[in-house]
Design a protein around this ligand. Structure first.
Ligand code: PLP
Length: 412
């Protein structure tokens, strides 16, 4: 426990805010290390959901009664919180979506369909999640554009020189992951964006894994688009964010048609609403969006730097301990990482590791992590991934290591 005191955060106070961490799994205290898949929810988020449905459930924007007004104010206040959280310049640059996947699909469909033409090129990297591959593949096929893929080194590092070679006057979009969900490696997105802009291409950053760990400043990055999911930043599922530069969003056609995104509709013609509503067709996910605001408040009150410091310590501690296991190999063991440890063990299938750890109350993720092309590049079917959040402890890592050693004894 003494190690936990070194960090600038009060771990036991933080853990108390996450009721699920108290539960038992298979008769053992839960050790939740699947945070890259989804984070657990603090009481503040759960209470916000209950409060909304108990006190002011109403549809937003068009109602003039008190409940509708309260709901609208709460919903729009989350937009402002998100703006501050990623340092966007204008609040109307924040579009609420269902998550990172929908945000990328929005850009691929709206920007891509209206802008791409035959022979244009879209650059992605080998590290991408399927969510940042498939939408581009679909639109590229439809428009006769080509997908180019930046190769990686054996440790998962983005090969910048190879990227520069791929950039050309044909490049229209570069869409890259900020931090890899499968390996944890952080891409040099600022430099990637600078180089793309020099060639006149736009850049979309998949921030699904970075937003919870790193300080995000979209103005400093100069990102044209940035996406993240609420459920990976201690918020609810079913809500996410697309940031886009105002002038680019303004030039894009709507993604979906329906209520809310219109200014005026006649059977002859429809005119569209202003930003951000142009991209928010239909009744949005009001409760979860408001609760996302509570999640961001919690992160801000604890302090992103404090959280990062603690997670870096957890990562270093776990990396050292894992490397002491002889038959274990960490995939993507680079210096610049978020708190994700992905590993393989000689002769033991990741799925068996996952099941046997679950029997000990330890939740990790196994498989290809929705990055099949990355797994193919690394020459493995999948990994076991332990990913750490602000509420994880050094004791939990000790339990993980003991659990892995037990698995190895059982399987050999
Ligand atoms: N991109 C990355 C890097 C991810 O880790 C994930 C989810 O795991 C996604 C995109 C998709 O996020 P969502 O399923 O929340 O839309």
């Amino acid at each position: 426990m003494s190690k936990n005191v070194l960090s600038n955060i009060d771990l036991s106070a933080i853990r108390q805010q996450f009721p699920i961490l108290d539960r038992q799994v298979k008769g053992k205290q839960l050790v939740y290390l699947d945070n890259a898949a989804t984070t657990q929810k603090p009481k503040a988020v759960i209470d916000t959901l209950t409060d909304y449905y108990s006190r002011y459930n109403a549809n937003i924007h068009r109602g003039i009664h008190t409940l509708a007004e309260e709901a609208t104010i709460a919903y729009e206040s989350t937009r402002e919180k998100v703006r501050g959280f990623i340092n966007a310049k204008h609040v109307e640059e924040i579009i609420f979506t269902r998550g990172t996947t929908e945000s990328i699909n929005l850009v691929a469909n709206s920007w891509g369909r209206s802008q791409l033409k035959e022979g244009d090129e879209i650059i992605i990297s080998t590290l991408e999640h399927h969510s940042n591959i498939v939408p581009w593949q679909l639109i590229a096929k439809e428009k006769g554009a080509n997908l180019r893929v930046v190769p990686i080194g054996d440790n998962g590092e983005f090969l910048f020189d190879e990227y520069l070679k791929l950039l050309s006057a044909n490049t229209r979009m570069v869409s890259v992951v900020h931090a890899s969900n499968a390996l944890g490696v952080i891409n040099p997105v600022k430099q990637i964006i600078e180089a793309a802009h020099r060639m006149g291409a736009l850049v979309m950053v998949d921030g699904a894994q970075s937003t919870v760990h790193l300080d995000i400043d979209v103005q400093d990055l100069q990102a044209d688009f940035f996406a993240f999911s609420g459920h990976k930043v201690y918020g609810p599922t079913g809500v996410g964010v697309l940031y886009g530069k105002k002038e680019i969003l303004e030039s894009m056609p709507p993604f979906q048609g329906g209520g809310e995104m219109i200014r005026e509709v006649s059977f002859k013609e429809t005119t569209f609403n202003e930003l951000p509503y142009k991209f928010e067709a239909g009744t949005p996910n009001i409760a979860d969006t408001i609760a996302l605001g509570s999640a961001l408040d919690l992160i801000t009150s604890i302090g992103k730097l404090n959280i990062r410091h603690h997670e870096d310590e957890l990562l270093a501690y776990a990396t050292n301990a894992l490397l002491s296991i002889e038959s274990l190999r960490i995939m993507g063991n680079t210096p610049n990482k978020v708190s994700v440890c992905s590993f393989v063990i000689d002769g033991v299938h990741p799925q068996d590791i996952g099941i046997l750890l679950d029997n000990q109350g330890i939740a990790v993720r196994t498989g290809h992590h929705c990055t099949q092309p990355l797994m193919a590049r690394l020459g493995i079917p999948g990994t076991t991934r332990a990913s750490f959040a602000m509420y994880n402890t050094f004791e939990e890592i000790d339990i993980l290591i003991a659990g892995i050693q037990k698995v190895i004894r059982m399987m050999k």
